[in-house]
Ligand binder design. Structure first.
Ligand SMILES: Cc1cc2nc3c(=O)[nH]c(=O)nc-3n(C[C@H](O)[C@H](O)[C@H](O)COP(=O)(O)OP(=O)(O)OC[C@H]3O[C@@H](n4cnc5c(N)ncnc54)[C@H](O)[C@@H]3O)c2cc1C
Ligand code: SF4
Length: 501
Protein backbone atom coordinates (compact mmCIF):
# COMPACT_ATOMS: atom_id res chain seq x y z
CA UNK A 1 0.00 0.00 0.00
CA UNK A 2 1.64 3.29 -0.97
CA UNK A 3 0.94 6.95 -1.32
CA UNK A 4 3.44 9.28 -2.95
CA UNK A 5 2.95 13.02 -2.81
CA UNK A 6 4.76 16.29 -3.38
CA UNK A 7 8.53 16.04 -3.25
CA UNK A 8 11.36 18.17 -4.54
CA UNK A 9 14.60 16.93 -6.05
CA UNK A 10 15.22 13.85 -8.13
CA UNK A 11 12.69 12.51 -10.60
CA UNK A 12 10.17 10.05 -9.14
CA UNK A 13 9.55 6.92 -11.20
CA UNK A 14 6.74 4.43 -10.70
CA UNK A 15 5.66 1.41 -12.71
CA UNK A 16 2.25 -0.25 -12.79
CA UNK A 17 0.14 -2.45 -15.04
CA UNK A 18 -2.41 0.33 -15.49
CA UNK A 19 -2.11 4.04 -14.81
CA UNK A 20 -5.34 5.93 -14.03
CA UNK A 21 -5.19 9.70 -14.42
CA UNK A 22 -7.68 11.45 -12.12
CA UNK A 23 -9.35 9.95 -9.06
CA UNK A 24 -12.93 11.24 -9.26
CA UNK A 25 -16.08 9.33 -10.11
CA UNK A 26 -14.68 7.76 -13.29
CA UNK A 27 -11.06 7.27 -12.25
CA UNK A 28 -11.79 5.59 -8.93
CA UNK A 29 -14.40 3.23 -10.41
CA UNK A 30 -12.00 2.20 -13.19
CA UNK A 31 -9.09 1.85 -10.77
CA UNK A 32 -10.91 -0.38 -8.28
CA UNK A 33 -12.23 -2.61 -11.07
CA UNK A 34 -8.74 -3.08 -12.50
CA UNK A 35 -7.30 -3.72 -9.03
CA UNK A 36 -9.99 -6.32 -8.29
CA UNK A 37 -9.04 -7.96 -11.58
CA UNK A 38 -5.55 -8.50 -10.18
CA UNK A 39 -3.81 -5.60 -11.93
CA UNK A 40 -1.30 -3.30 -10.24
CA UNK A 41 -2.78 0.18 -10.52
CA UNK A 42 -1.22 3.62 -10.07
CA UNK A 43 -3.70 6.48 -9.66
CA UNK A 44 -2.15 9.83 -10.57
CA UNK A 45 -4.14 12.78 -9.20
CA UNK A 46 -3.51 16.52 -9.62
CA UNK A 47 -4.87 17.44 -6.20
CA UNK A 48 -3.89 16.54 -2.64
CA UNK A 49 -5.10 13.78 -0.33
CA UNK A 50 -7.41 15.09 2.37
CA UNK A 51 -8.88 13.11 5.23
CA UNK A 52 -12.35 14.14 6.43
CA UNK A 53 -10.78 15.52 9.63
CA UNK A 54 -8.96 18.05 7.40
CA UNK A 55 -11.98 19.17 5.42
CA UNK A 56 -12.62 22.89 5.80
CA UNK A 57 -15.44 24.22 7.96
CA UNK A 58 -16.49 26.94 5.52
CA UNK A 59 -17.53 27.21 1.89
CA UNK A 60 -14.63 29.63 1.44
CA UNK A 61 -12.25 26.96 2.76
CA UNK A 62 -13.84 24.46 0.40
CA UNK A 63 -13.06 26.65 -2.59
CA UNK A 64 -9.50 27.17 -1.40
CA UNK A 65 -8.67 23.58 -0.44
CA UNK A 66 -10.82 21.37 -2.61
CA UNK A 67 -11.98 23.10 -5.76
CA UNK A 68 -10.09 23.41 -9.00
CA UNK A 69 -8.40 26.83 -9.12
CA UNK A 70 -10.86 28.36 -6.62
CA UNK A 71 -13.76 27.58 -8.99
CA UNK A 72 -12.45 30.25 -11.32
CA UNK A 73 -13.39 28.50 -14.59
CA UNK A 74 -16.39 30.12 -16.26
CA UNK A 75 -18.18 29.73 -19.57
CA UNK A 76 -17.04 32.10 -22.29
CA UNK A 77 -20.10 33.18 -24.23
CA UNK A 78 -23.32 35.12 -23.74
CA UNK A 79 -22.98 34.59 -19.99
CA UNK A 80 -20.06 33.85 -17.69
CA UNK A 81 -21.41 30.98 -15.60
CA UNK A 82 -19.13 29.11 -13.17
CA UNK A 83 -18.08 25.57 -14.12
CA UNK A 84 -17.60 23.78 -10.82
CA UNK A 85 -15.18 20.87 -10.33
CA UNK A 86 -12.96 19.65 -7.50
CA UNK A 87 -9.24 18.92 -7.45
CA UNK A 88 -8.28 16.42 -4.76
CA UNK A 89 -8.10 12.67 -4.24
CA UNK A 90 -11.68 11.49 -4.78
CA UNK A 91 -12.32 14.30 -7.27
CA UNK A 92 -15.71 15.94 -7.35
CA UNK A 93 -17.29 13.05 -5.41
CA UNK A 94 -15.79 14.65 -2.27
CA UNK A 95 -17.71 17.91 -2.68
CA UNK A 96 -20.86 16.78 -4.43
CA UNK A 97 -24.27 15.98 -3.00
CA UNK A 98 -23.92 12.21 -3.42
CA UNK A 99 -27.08 11.82 -5.51
CA UNK A 100 -27.14 8.47 -7.31
CA UNK A 101 -29.44 8.22 -10.32
CA UNK A 102 -29.44 5.12 -12.51
CA UNK A 103 -28.86 5.77 -16.18
CA UNK A 104 -32.27 5.98 -17.86
CA UNK A 105 -32.83 3.44 -20.65
CA UNK A 106 -33.50 6.20 -23.21
CA UNK A 107 -29.87 7.32 -22.89
CA UNK A 108 -28.48 4.04 -24.26
CA UNK A 109 -31.10 4.07 -27.02
CA UNK A 110 -30.12 7.63 -28.05
CA UNK A 111 -26.45 6.68 -28.08
CA UNK A 112 -27.18 3.66 -30.28
CA UNK A 113 -29.36 5.56 -32.75
CA UNK A 114 -27.24 8.68 -33.07
CA UNK A 115 -23.69 7.52 -32.40
CA UNK A 116 -23.67 3.77 -33.07
CA UNK A 117 -22.61 2.93 -29.50
CA UNK A 118 -24.54 1.86 -26.42
CA UNK A 119 -27.71 -0.13 -26.91
CA UNK A 120 -28.90 -3.05 -24.76
CA UNK A 121 -25.48 -4.67 -24.23
CA UNK A 122 -23.96 -1.51 -22.79
CA UNK A 123 -27.13 -0.84 -20.78
CA UNK A 124 -26.96 -4.30 -19.18
CA UNK A 125 -23.28 -3.91 -18.31
CA UNK A 126 -23.70 -0.42 -16.84
CA UNK A 127 -26.80 -1.36 -14.83
CA UNK A 128 -25.03 -4.46 -13.51
CA UNK A 129 -22.15 -2.26 -12.37
CA UNK A 130 -24.60 0.22 -10.84
CA UNK A 131 -26.26 -2.62 -8.88
CA UNK A 132 -22.95 -3.40 -7.25
CA UNK A 133 -21.96 0.24 -6.70
CA UNK A 134 -25.31 0.87 -5.00
CA UNK A 135 -24.63 -1.94 -2.56
CA UNK A 136 -21.01 -1.00 -1.93
CA UNK A 137 -21.59 2.72 -1.53
CA UNK A 138 -24.76 2.29 0.56
CA UNK A 139 -27.18 4.09 -1.76
CA UNK A 140 -30.12 5.05 0.44
CA UNK A 141 -32.48 7.88 1.34
CA UNK A 142 -32.28 10.44 4.13
CA UNK A 143 -34.22 9.48 7.27
CA UNK A 144 -36.91 11.74 8.71
CA UNK A 145 -34.43 12.94 11.32
CA UNK A 146 -31.86 13.93 8.66
CA UNK A 147 -34.31 15.55 6.26
CA UNK A 148 -34.36 19.14 7.52
CA UNK A 149 -36.81 21.99 6.90
CA UNK A 150 -36.04 22.69 3.24
CA UNK A 151 -36.53 19.09 2.10
CA UNK A 152 -39.68 18.78 4.23
CA UNK A 153 -41.18 21.88 2.60
CA UNK A 154 -40.34 20.50 -0.85
CA UNK A 155 -42.17 17.27 -0.01
CA UNK A 156 -45.18 19.40 0.94
CA UNK A 157 -45.02 21.34 -2.35
CA UNK A 158 -44.70 18.04 -4.19
CA UNK A 159 -47.82 16.69 -2.47
CA UNK A 160 -49.79 19.81 -3.35
CA UNK A 161 -48.61 20.05 -6.97
CA UNK A 162 -48.38 16.36 -7.80
CA UNK A 163 -44.74 16.51 -8.84
CA UNK A 164 -44.24 12.76 -8.30
CA UNK A 165 -40.97 13.50 -6.52
CA UNK A 166 -39.21 11.49 -3.86
CA UNK A 167 -36.41 11.56 -1.36
CA UNK A 168 -33.18 11.28 -3.29
CA UNK A 169 -31.12 8.11 -3.48
CA UNK A 170 -27.63 9.06 -2.33
CA UNK A 171 -24.30 7.41 -1.66
CA UNK A 172 -24.67 7.81 2.10
CA UNK A 173 -24.31 5.71 5.22
CA UNK A 174 -26.71 7.08 7.80
CA UNK A 175 -26.55 10.74 6.73
CA UNK A 176 -27.02 12.90 9.82
CA UNK A 177 -28.17 15.91 7.81
CA UNK A 178 -25.32 18.28 8.58
CA UNK A 179 -25.96 20.06 5.27
CA UNK A 180 -22.23 20.20 4.48
CA UNK A 181 -21.91 18.00 1.43
CA UNK A 182 -20.50 20.84 -0.68
CA UNK A 183 -17.41 21.17 1.50
CA UNK A 184 -16.92 17.46 2.20
CA UNK A 185 -18.62 15.29 4.80
CA UNK A 186 -16.60 15.53 8.00
CA UNK A 187 -18.93 12.93 9.51
CA UNK A 188 -17.82 10.37 6.87
CA UNK A 189 -21.44 9.62 6.01
CA UNK A 190 -21.10 10.54 2.36
CA UNK A 191 -19.42 7.74 0.43
CA UNK A 192 -17.03 9.80 -1.67
CA UNK A 193 -14.50 7.56 -3.37
CA UNK A 194 -11.52 8.71 -1.26
CA UNK A 195 -13.13 6.72 1.60
CA UNK A 196 -13.73 3.41 -0.15
CA UNK A 197 -12.57 2.60 -3.68
CA UNK A 198 -9.27 4.46 -3.54
CA UNK A 199 -8.15 2.90 -0.23
CA UNK A 200 -9.19 -0.48 -1.65
CA UNK A 201 -6.93 0.05 -4.67
CA UNK A 202 -4.06 0.73 -2.26
CA UNK A 203 -4.89 -2.32 -0.14
CA UNK A 204 -4.71 -4.39 -3.29
CA UNK A 205 -1.14 -3.23 -3.91
CA UNK A 206 -1.86 -0.06 -5.88
CA UNK A 207 -0.24 3.34 -5.54
CA UNK A 208 -1.73 6.81 -5.31
CA UNK A 209 0.45 9.63 -6.59
CA UNK A 210 -1.14 12.90 -5.43
CA UNK A 211 -0.34 16.59 -6.06
CA UNK A 212 0.70 15.27 -9.46
CA UNK A 213 -0.96 16.98 -12.42
CA UNK A 214 -0.18 14.94 -15.52
CA UNK A 215 1.15 17.15 -18.30
CA UNK A 216 1.44 14.55 -21.02
CA UNK A 217 0.64 10.97 -21.90
CA UNK A 218 3.63 9.43 -23.62
CA UNK A 219 2.44 7.59 -26.74
CA UNK A 220 4.89 5.55 -28.75
CA UNK A 221 4.03 3.53 -31.87
CA UNK A 222 0.31 3.84 -31.14
CA UNK A 223 0.56 2.72 -27.50
CA UNK A 224 0.24 4.75 -24.31
CA UNK A 225 3.45 3.98 -22.41
CA UNK A 226 3.57 6.42 -19.48
CA UNK A 227 2.34 9.69 -18.02
CA UNK A 228 4.67 12.51 -17.03
CA UNK A 229 4.48 15.79 -15.16
CA UNK A 230 5.83 17.65 -12.14
CA UNK A 231 4.51 17.66 -8.60
CA UNK A 232 2.78 20.88 -7.53
CA UNK A 233 2.61 21.92 -3.89
CA UNK A 234 -1.06 22.08 -2.87
CA UNK A 235 -0.70 25.37 -0.94
CA UNK A 236 2.19 27.31 -2.43
CA UNK A 237 1.64 25.95 -5.98
CA UNK A 238 5.43 25.62 -6.23
CA UNK A 239 6.61 23.02 -8.71
CA UNK A 240 8.49 20.05 -7.28
CA UNK A 241 10.20 17.00 -8.71
CA UNK A 242 9.37 15.56 -12.11
CA UNK A 243 7.48 12.25 -12.13
CA UNK A 244 7.06 9.48 -14.66
CA UNK A 245 4.52 6.71 -14.14
CA UNK A 246 4.95 3.89 -16.62
CA UNK A 247 2.08 1.68 -17.73
CA UNK A 248 2.86 -1.88 -18.74
CA UNK A 249 -0.63 -2.52 -20.09
CA UNK A 250 -2.58 0.70 -20.47
CA UNK A 251 -3.62 4.18 -19.36
CA UNK A 252 -7.10 5.22 -18.25
CA UNK A 253 -7.72 8.92 -18.40
CA UNK A 254 -10.42 10.36 -16.15
CA UNK A 255 -9.33 13.94 -15.59
CA UNK A 256 -12.86 15.38 -16.10
CA UNK A 257 -14.76 16.92 -18.98
CA UNK A 258 -12.73 20.13 -19.02
CA UNK A 259 -9.30 18.53 -18.47
CA UNK A 260 -9.31 15.26 -20.41
CA UNK A 261 -9.53 16.91 -23.87
CA UNK A 262 -6.77 19.34 -22.94
CA UNK A 263 -4.51 16.53 -21.75
CA UNK A 264 -5.14 14.48 -24.89
CA UNK A 265 -4.29 17.50 -27.06
CA UNK A 266 -1.13 18.18 -25.05
CA UNK A 267 -0.13 14.55 -25.73
CA UNK A 268 -0.43 15.01 -29.49
CA UNK A 269 -3.80 13.24 -29.74
CA UNK A 270 -5.95 15.70 -31.63
CA UNK A 271 -8.79 14.08 -33.54
CA UNK A 272 -11.19 16.52 -35.13
CA UNK A 273 -13.89 15.76 -32.57
CA UNK A 274 -11.67 16.55 -29.57
CA UNK A 275 -13.18 19.26 -27.37
CA UNK A 276 -16.52 19.19 -29.19
CA UNK A 277 -19.98 18.29 -27.87
CA UNK A 278 -19.43 19.95 -24.48
CA UNK A 279 -22.82 19.90 -22.76
CA UNK A 280 -24.18 20.66 -19.33
CA UNK A 281 -27.16 21.08 -17.05
CA UNK A 282 -27.22 24.80 -16.33
CA UNK A 283 -28.74 24.94 -12.86
CA UNK A 284 -30.35 27.89 -11.18
CA UNK A 285 -31.86 28.36 -7.74
CA UNK A 286 -34.76 30.36 -6.37
CA UNK A 287 -35.02 31.31 -2.70
CA UNK A 288 -38.42 31.12 -1.01
CA UNK A 289 -39.08 33.14 2.16
CA UNK A 290 -41.32 31.55 4.78
CA UNK A 291 -42.90 32.81 8.00
CA UNK A 292 -41.52 29.88 9.92
CA UNK A 293 -37.86 29.16 10.52
CA UNK A 294 -36.58 26.75 7.83
CA UNK A 295 -32.87 26.55 8.71
CA UNK A 296 -31.93 25.39 5.24
CA UNK A 297 -28.36 24.70 6.40
CA UNK A 298 -29.66 21.84 8.57
CA UNK A 299 -30.65 18.59 6.86
CA UNK A 300 -29.50 16.58 3.86
CA UNK A 301 -27.84 19.01 1.42
CA UNK A 302 -30.01 17.67 -1.38
CA UNK A 303 -32.81 15.45 -0.13
CA UNK A 304 -35.72 15.73 -2.57
CA UNK A 305 -36.05 15.61 -6.37
CA UNK A 306 -38.63 15.28 -9.13
CA UNK A 307 -38.06 14.03 -12.67
CA UNK A 308 -41.70 14.46 -13.67
CA UNK A 309 -40.72 17.16 -16.16
CA UNK A 310 -37.53 15.52 -17.46
CA UNK A 311 -39.05 14.45 -20.76
CA UNK A 312 -41.68 17.13 -21.42
CA UNK A 313 -39.81 20.28 -20.31
CA UNK A 314 -36.26 18.91 -19.94
CA UNK A 315 -36.16 19.96 -16.30
CA UNK A 316 -35.15 18.22 -13.09
CA UNK A 317 -36.27 19.82 -9.82
CA UNK A 318 -34.20 19.48 -6.66
CA UNK A 319 -33.67 20.99 -3.24
CA UNK A 320 -30.24 22.40 -2.45
CA UNK A 321 -29.14 23.78 0.89
CA UNK A 322 -26.44 26.39 0.76
CA UNK A 323 -24.52 27.86 3.68
CA UNK A 324 -24.88 31.47 4.76
CA UNK A 325 -21.68 32.54 2.98
CA UNK A 326 -22.98 31.32 -0.37
CA UNK A 327 -26.37 32.93 0.25
CA UNK A 328 -24.46 36.17 0.85
CA UNK A 329 -22.83 35.81 -2.56
CA UNK A 330 -26.23 35.21 -4.19
CA UNK A 331 -28.26 37.96 -2.50
CA UNK A 332 -27.98 41.36 -4.16
CA UNK A 333 -26.34 44.45 -2.73
CA UNK A 334 -23.69 45.01 -0.13
CA UNK A 335 -23.14 46.66 3.23
CA UNK A 336 -26.15 47.26 5.47
CA UNK A 337 -28.82 46.35 2.86
CA UNK A 338 -27.15 42.96 2.34
CA UNK A 339 -26.92 42.40 6.10
CA UNK A 340 -30.62 43.19 6.40
CA UNK A 341 -31.41 40.62 3.70
CA UNK A 342 -29.22 38.02 5.35
CA UNK A 343 -31.23 38.39 8.56
CA UNK A 344 -33.89 36.40 6.72
CA UNK A 345 -31.54 33.50 5.99
CA UNK A 346 -33.09 31.27 8.66
CA UNK A 347 -36.48 31.72 6.98
CA UNK A 348 -35.47 30.79 3.47
CA UNK A 349 -35.13 27.60 1.41
CA UNK A 350 -33.40 27.39 -1.97
CA UNK A 351 -34.58 24.93 -4.61
CA UNK A 352 -33.14 24.51 -8.05
CA UNK A 353 -33.93 23.47 -11.56
CA UNK A 354 -31.35 21.64 -13.65
CA UNK A 355 -31.95 22.19 -17.36
CA UNK A 356 -31.38 19.29 -19.78
CA UNK A 357 -29.80 21.58 -22.35
CA UNK A 358 -29.03 20.48 -25.89
CA UNK A 359 -26.69 23.40 -26.54
CA UNK A 360 -23.20 22.28 -27.45
CA UNK A 361 -20.06 24.16 -26.56
CA UNK A 362 -16.39 23.60 -27.21
CA UNK A 363 -13.36 23.11 -24.99
CA UNK A 364 -10.09 24.52 -26.27
CA UNK A 365 -6.63 24.90 -24.80
CA UNK A 366 -6.06 28.39 -23.43
CA UNK A 367 -3.03 30.24 -22.04
CA UNK A 368 -0.93 28.12 -19.67
CA UNK A 369 -2.67 24.98 -20.90
CA UNK A 370 -5.88 25.86 -19.03
CA UNK A 371 -9.23 25.02 -20.61
CA UNK A 372 -11.42 27.62 -22.23
CA UNK A 373 -15.05 26.56 -22.46
CA UNK A 374 -17.04 28.29 -25.18
CA UNK A 375 -20.71 27.91 -24.36
CA UNK A 376 -23.79 30.07 -24.95
CA UNK A 377 -27.17 28.66 -24.08
CA UNK A 378 -29.37 28.63 -27.18
CA UNK A 379 -32.92 29.96 -27.40
CA UNK A 380 -34.73 26.62 -27.18
CA UNK A 381 -32.77 25.77 -24.04
CA UNK A 382 -33.37 29.21 -22.57
CA UNK A 383 -37.08 28.58 -23.00
CA UNK A 384 -36.76 25.34 -21.03
CA UNK A 385 -34.61 27.08 -18.46
CA UNK A 386 -37.28 29.73 -17.96
CA UNK A 387 -39.98 27.08 -17.59
CA UNK A 388 -37.77 25.49 -14.93
CA UNK A 389 -37.60 28.81 -13.06
CA UNK A 390 -41.36 29.05 -13.15
CA UNK A 391 -41.75 25.49 -11.81
CA UNK A 392 -39.46 26.19 -8.86
CA UNK A 393 -41.28 29.44 -8.12
CA UNK A 394 -44.63 27.61 -8.14
CA UNK A 395 -43.24 25.06 -5.72
CA UNK A 396 -42.29 27.70 -3.19
CA UNK A 397 -45.72 29.33 -3.25
CA UNK A 398 -47.42 25.93 -3.02
CA UNK A 399 -45.36 25.25 0.12
CA UNK A 400 -46.44 28.53 1.68
CA UNK A 401 -43.65 30.96 0.81
CA UNK A 402 -44.66 34.60 1.16
CA UNK A 403 -42.17 35.78 -1.46
CA UNK A 404 -39.32 34.53 -3.62
CA UNK A 405 -35.97 35.83 -4.84
CA UNK A 406 -35.25 34.69 -8.40
CA UNK A 407 -31.95 36.43 -9.09
CA UNK A 408 -33.22 37.27 -12.60
CA UNK A 409 -31.65 40.51 -13.75
CA UNK A 410 -34.03 43.46 -13.54
CA UNK A 411 -36.43 41.76 -11.14
CA UNK A 412 -37.21 43.31 -7.77
CA UNK A 413 -35.52 41.80 -4.71
CA UNK A 414 -38.65 39.81 -3.96
CA UNK A 415 -41.77 38.94 -5.90
CA UNK A 416 -45.04 37.48 -4.62
CA UNK A 417 -47.44 34.80 -5.89
CA UNK A 418 -49.29 37.35 -8.07
CA UNK A 419 -46.09 38.14 -9.98
CA UNK A 420 -45.45 34.69 -11.41
CA UNK A 421 -46.27 35.93 -14.91
CA UNK A 422 -43.12 38.08 -14.74
CA UNK A 423 -41.03 34.92 -14.97
CA UNK A 424 -42.83 33.87 -18.17
CA UNK A 425 -41.89 37.22 -19.66
CA UNK A 426 -38.26 37.25 -18.50
CA UNK A 427 -35.85 37.81 -21.40
CA UNK A 428 -34.45 34.81 -23.22
CA UNK A 429 -30.92 36.02 -22.72
CA UNK A 430 -28.45 33.90 -20.74
CA UNK A 431 -26.72 36.77 -18.98
CA UNK A 432 -29.97 37.71 -17.25
CA UNK A 433 -29.84 34.54 -15.15
CA UNK A 434 -27.56 33.30 -12.41
CA UNK A 435 -26.60 29.73 -13.22
CA UNK A 436 -23.92 27.19 -12.37
CA UNK A 437 -22.64 24.26 -14.45
CA UNK A 438 -21.78 21.25 -12.29
CA UNK A 439 -23.05 18.36 -14.44
CA UNK A 440 -20.81 18.26 -17.51
CA UNK A 441 -20.70 15.95 -20.53
CA UNK A 442 -18.63 15.47 -23.68
CA UNK A 443 -15.33 16.75 -25.03
CA UNK A 444 -13.85 13.32 -25.84
CA UNK A 445 -16.98 11.50 -26.92
CA UNK A 446 -17.41 7.88 -27.95
CA UNK A 447 -18.89 6.91 -31.30
CA UNK A 448 -18.47 4.47 -34.15
CA UNK A 449 -17.17 7.09 -36.58
CA UNK A 450 -13.60 8.29 -35.89
CA UNK A 451 -14.38 11.49 -37.81
CA UNK A 452 -16.98 12.56 -35.25
CA UNK A 453 -15.76 10.85 -32.09
CA UNK A 454 -12.62 10.40 -30.00
CA UNK A 455 -13.12 6.87 -28.63
CA UNK A 456 -14.89 3.66 -29.57
CA UNK A 457 -17.65 2.15 -27.44
CA UNK A 458 -15.09 0.55 -25.13
CA UNK A 459 -13.73 4.02 -24.31
CA UNK A 460 -10.55 3.31 -26.32
CA UNK A 461 -9.07 6.31 -28.11
CA UNK A 462 -9.21 5.64 -31.86
CA UNK A 463 -5.70 4.59 -32.99
CA UNK A 464 -4.39 4.26 -29.39
CA UNK A 465 -6.21 1.14 -28.20
CA UNK A 466 -4.60 0.91 -24.75
CA UNK A 467 -5.61 4.50 -23.88
CA UNK A 468 -9.13 4.56 -22.42
CA UNK A 469 -11.24 7.61 -21.56
CA UNK A 470 -13.23 6.80 -18.42
CA UNK A 471 -14.94 9.97 -17.28
CA UNK A 472 -17.89 12.17 -18.20
CA UNK A 473 -16.12 13.47 -21.32
CA UNK A 474 -16.86 10.21 -23.14
CA UNK A 475 -20.65 10.72 -23.03
CA UNK A 476 -21.89 11.80 -26.46
CA UNK A 477 -25.12 13.32 -25.19
CA UNK A 478 -26.46 15.14 -22.20
CA UNK A 479 -28.22 12.42 -20.20
CA UNK A 480 -30.72 14.62 -18.36
CA UNK A 481 -30.01 13.20 -14.89
CA UNK A 482 -27.22 13.59 -12.34
CA UNK A 483 -24.14 12.03 -13.95
CA UNK A 484 -22.03 10.36 -11.25
CA UNK A 485 -23.75 6.98 -11.34
CA UNK A 486 -23.53 6.80 -15.13
CA UNK A 487 -19.87 7.82 -15.10
CA UNK A 488 -19.06 5.13 -12.53
CA UNK A 489 -21.07 2.53 -14.41
CA UNK A 490 -19.36 3.32 -17.71
CA UNK A 491 -15.87 3.46 -16.19
CA UNK A 492 -16.44 0.08 -14.53
CA UNK A 493 -17.69 -1.35 -17.82
CA UNK A 494 -14.65 -0.05 -19.74
CA UNK A 495 -12.29 -1.46 -17.09
CA UNK A 496 -14.03 -4.85 -17.23
CA UNK A 497 -13.62 -4.86 -21.01
CA UNK A 498 -9.90 -4.05 -20.64
CA UNK A 499 -9.60 -7.01 -18.27
CA UNK A 500 -11.11 -9.17 -20.96
CA UNK A 501 -14.64 -9.27 -19.58
C1 LIG B 1 -21.09 20.90 -6.22
C2 LIG B 1 -21.39 19.70 -7.07
C3 LIG B 1 -22.40 18.84 -6.71
C4 LIG B 1 -22.67 17.73 -7.51
N1 LIG B 1 -23.60 16.84 -7.08
C5 LIG B 1 -23.78 15.69 -7.78
C6 LIG B 1 -24.63 14.67 -7.28
O1 LIG B 1 -25.16 14.79 -6.18
N2 LIG B 1 -24.82 13.57 -8.05
C7 LIG B 1 -24.22 13.43 -9.27
O2 LIG B 1 -24.49 12.43 -9.96
N3 LIG B 1 -23.38 14.35 -9.74
C8 LIG B 1 -23.11 15.47 -9.00
N4 LIG B 1 -22.20 16.37 -9.44
C9 LIG B 1 -21.44 16.05 -10.65
C10 LIG B 1 -20.43 14.93 -10.41
O3 LIG B 1 -19.76 15.11 -9.19
C11 LIG B 1 -19.46 14.88 -11.56
O4 LIG B 1 -20.20 14.73 -12.75
C12 LIG B 1 -18.46 13.74 -11.45
O5 LIG B 1 -17.75 13.76 -10.26
C13 LIG B 1 -17.51 13.83 -12.64
O6 LIG B 1 -16.68 12.69 -12.61
P1 LIG B 1 -15.32 12.69 -13.43
O7 LIG B 1 -14.63 11.42 -13.11
O8 LIG B 1 -15.64 13.00 -14.84
O9 LIG B 1 -14.51 13.96 -12.87
P2 LIG B 1 -14.13 14.40 -11.39
O10 LIG B 1 -14.91 13.68 -10.37
O11 LIG B 1 -14.19 15.89 -11.40
O12 LIG B 1 -12.63 13.93 -11.24
C14 LIG B 1 -11.59 14.39 -12.07
C15 LIG B 1 -10.29 14.32 -11.28
O13 LIG B 1 -9.20 14.43 -12.18
C16 LIG B 1 -8.20 15.25 -11.60
N5 LIG B 1 -7.37 15.82 -12.67
C17 LIG B 1 -7.71 16.80 -13.54
N6 LIG B 1 -6.67 17.04 -14.38
C18 LIG B 1 -5.67 16.19 -14.02
C19 LIG B 1 -4.36 15.96 -14.50
N7 LIG B 1 -3.87 16.66 -15.53
N8 LIG B 1 -3.59 15.04 -13.89
C20 LIG B 1 -4.07 14.32 -12.84
N9 LIG B 1 -5.33 14.50 -12.34
C21 LIG B 1 -6.12 15.41 -12.93
C22 LIG B 1 -9.00 16.28 -10.85
O14 LIG B 1 -8.19 16.90 -9.86
C23 LIG B 1 -10.14 15.45 -10.27
O15 LIG B 1 -9.81 14.93 -9.01
C24 LIG B 1 -21.93 17.50 -8.69
C25 LIG B 1 -20.92 18.37 -9.05
C26 LIG B 1 -20.63 19.46 -8.24
C27 LIG B 1 -19.52 20.39 -8.64
S1 SF4 C 1 -25.74 16.11 4.61
FE1 SF4 C 1 -24.02 16.16 6.05
S2 SF4 C 1 -24.01 14.13 7.03
FE2 SF4 C 1 -25.26 13.99 5.20
S3 SF4 C 1 -23.84 13.27 3.64
FE3 SF4 C 1 -23.92 15.52 3.45
S4 SF4 C 1 -22.25 16.27 4.70
FE4 SF4 C 1 -22.59 14.12 5.29
Amino acid sequence: MSHLSYVEGAKVEVEADYVVVGSGAGGSAAAVTLARGGERVAIVEAGPWRDPEDYPYSAYGGMRDMMDDWNSLVTMGRATWPIVQARLVGGTTVVNSAIAVRTPGDVFETWREKFGVGGPAMADAVWRAQDRIERELFVSRASDAALGGSNRLALLADQRLGLEGHRMDRYIKDCVGSGQCLQGCRDKRKQSTNLNYIPEVMQRGGTVVSCAPVEKIVVERGRAEAVVGRFVHPVTRKKGAAFEVRAKKGVFIAASVTKTPILLAASGIKPKALGTRFMAHPGSGIFGFYDEIVDTNVGATQGWASVKHRLDHGIKLETLSIPLELAASRFPGGGRPLMERLREYRHCAMWIQACWAETQGKIVRGPGGKPIVRYSLEKRDLERFRVGMRLVAEMHFAAGAKAIYTGIHGFPWKIGPDDLHLIDQAPLEARNYIAVLSHLFGGAVMGNDPKTSVTDERGRVHDVPNLVVADASVMPSNIGVNPQHTIMGLATHFAELALGG
